[in-house]
Design a protein around this ligand. Structure first.
Ligand SMILES: Cc1cc2nc3c(=O)[nH]c(=O)nc-3n(C[C@H](O)[C@H](O)[C@H](O)COP(=O)(O)OP(=O)(O)OC[C@H]3O[C@@H](n4cnc5c(N)ncnc54)[C@H](O)[C@@H]3O)c2cc1C
Length: 489
């Protein structure tokens, strides 16, 4: 090829006109830190990583890539667990890491305007002295970016009561693949037309680059109590969760951990968890003094009726923080007891919690791989952590099949293949289990409406019909499991 017309050379030449040299990385050793996200089993080096600092630069980069047909993968902090920020070998990674300013805090209207690279926790820290916080709190909140949260529609412990990212943002500014700057949403209650803000939230970098976010701020509750209950039977803990919510009590957080997760977290954080329990529930109740006191009594009664052993109420803010620290550190804690772990993310109707946990245990026996369960029980959002050793030939593939079977089970009982971690590269095949041809066609049509040449994060989140057809011929279609020995449910 004539090097003057080689799109890659043209790209680098044109990027040099847009960005200073230190904002364009092309050396192999500089690209390696961007080769994967939290799903480390998959890695690619991109052609280049660009680190713009202004919206105008992002617009020019997008225009250039659109003209030269170069794929663009947006990246926030790279904590995603589904390979969403996995680079494209023929494309660039567009990092939003340098967009880290909190632009405005509006206490009268309870919102803040922030750049996409601002860390989730930094928002709450910035408004703490005003008695406010930003409610969605992924366990990765110390590192993950608000742009990544919007792209994944991230959740966290407090989303049961306060909603996911989609419920806590008002407006975003987005750059399209053609380089156009769009403002989507506003700070009013409703707008005419389709809800494009909801469409963009959770779109995994497939429809545009988020360059600014207006987030809702929430007033801190008057009082907070955290209860920890231990159980001898996982089924009782699962049934207690369903009972609490069905009585009309919406805790600020309702989380469950099983024995392997309890042990790993306790060993790591010393949160005060009971090592002999088969399951614990952590339940946070917040509101006015009177309402919380009433809810503590009602929840305690429900827990006792479901055979909880000890019900412990944290006495101080420090103790509350310690109980939550154990839960929030559960993933890295599990990382200490196994060479590798594969974090799954699926959602089920709460009433099926006990049944599905039992099935996951059965799968664990069949596959011969351990599993630790730690999850947003109130939302029915499971996070089984499958333990494996990538150095043992075939174990990663076995862990992936085990994970796919868990997701198929979620679909079978009326749930979904994602809760909050997105589809990314990881769950393309599971999308074929959840959706049929007609639905996937609609997803592709939406993608093409925003990105006709499919340059934004290509190959992620929505599988091709061809891929699903091939897979259907092989093994998994509409809830059928991949392991021949698995019991049907
Ligand atoms: C230990 C651990 C715990 C976690 N706990 C939770 C949890 O409790 N809840 C939860 O929901 N998630 C959790 N996650 C997953 C992850 O932190 C979230 O998905 C988070 O929102 C990713 O943010 P990020 O900035 O790291 O995004 P990245 O990983 O960089 O990117 C994620 C996706 O968003 C796209 N993207 C990023 N920035 C932009 C942008 N500005 N515009 C357009 N697209 C963009 C990327 O292309 C990619 O598809 C956890 C991860 C880890 C490692």
């Amino acid at each position: 090829m004539n090097t003057a017309t080689d799109p890659k050379r043209q790209l680098l030449r044109q990027l040099n006109d847009i960005l200073p040299p230190e904002a364009i990385l092309t050396a192999k050793e500089d690209l390696h830190p961007y080769e994967c996200d939290g799903l480390t089993a998959y890695r690619h080096l991109p052609l280049a990583v660009v680190l713009p600092t202004t919206t105008e630069q992002v617009q020019l980069i997008m225009k250039t890539c659109s003209r030269l047909k170069i794929p663009v993968v947006a990246r926030g902090a790279g904590t995603g667990l589904s390979g969403g920020a996995l680079p494209h070998a023929d494309g660039i990674v567009l990092s939003l890491a340098r967009f880290k300013q909190i632009l405005a805090i509006d206490t009268a209207n309870l919102h803040a305007r922030v750049q996409p690279g601002v860390r989730n926790l930094a928002i709450s820290q910035a408004v703490d002295h005003l008695g406010l916080f930003y409610a969605p709190d992924p366990s990765s909140q110390i590192a993950c970016s608000i742009g990544g949260n919007v792209a994944e529609n991230s959740g966290g412990v407090h989303c049961l009561k306060y909603g996911l990212t989609v419920h806590n943002i008002l407006e975003i500014k987005v750059v399209t693949i053609e380089g156009e700057l769009l403002t989507i949403g506003n700070d009013r209650q409703d707008t005419p037309g389709y809800d494009l803000l909801a469409l963009m939230t959770g779109s995994e970098g497939m429809l545009g680059i988020v360059v600014e976010v207006m987030v809702k701020l929430t007033v801190k509750p008057e009082t907070v109590q955290v209860l920890m209950a231990d159980f001898a039977a996982i089924k009782d803990a699962g049934d207690a969760v369903a009972a609490i919510i069905s009585r009309g009590i919406i805790p600020a957080g309702l989380e469950m951990m099983d024995k392997p997760a309890i042990r790993a977290a306790e060993d790591f954080i010393h949160a005060g968890y009971p090592l002999d329990a088969n399951a614990i529930l952590l339940c946070e109740l917040d509101g006015t003094e009177d309402a919380v006191s009433d809810q503590v009594s009602r929840v305690s009664a429900i827990l006792k009726a479901h055979h909880a052993g000890t019900i412990h109420i944290a006495k101080t803010a420090t103790e509350r923080a310690r109980l939550w620290a154990g839960r929030k550190s559960a993933f890295p804690a599990v990382g200490r007891i196994s060479p590798d772990y594969y974090c799954m993310d699926g959602t089920i109707p709460r009433k099926h919690l006990a049944h599905v946990l039992q099935k996951i245990n059965d799968f664990s026996q069949i596959y011969g791989l351990g599993v630790a369960n730690v999850f947003h029980a109130g939302d029915g959002n499971l996070h089984p952590l499958i333990l494996y050793d990538a150095n043992r030939p075939g174990e990663l593939e076995k862990a992936e099949r085990f994970g796919a079977d868990i997701l198929a089970l979620c679909v079978k009982v009326g749930g979904s293949i994602t809760g909050e971690h997105g589809v990314g590269h990881e769950k393309l095949d599971s999308m074929c289990v959840q959706f049929g041809e007609a639905e996937l066609e609609v997803f592709h049509a939406v993608k093409r409406a925003f990105d006709p040449d499919e340059l934004l994060n290509p190959g992620k989140a929505v599988p091709t019909l061809h891929r699903c057809a091939e897979l259907g011929a092989m093994h998994v279609h509409h809830g059928q499991l991949s392991h021949p020995e698995l019991p049907r449910f």
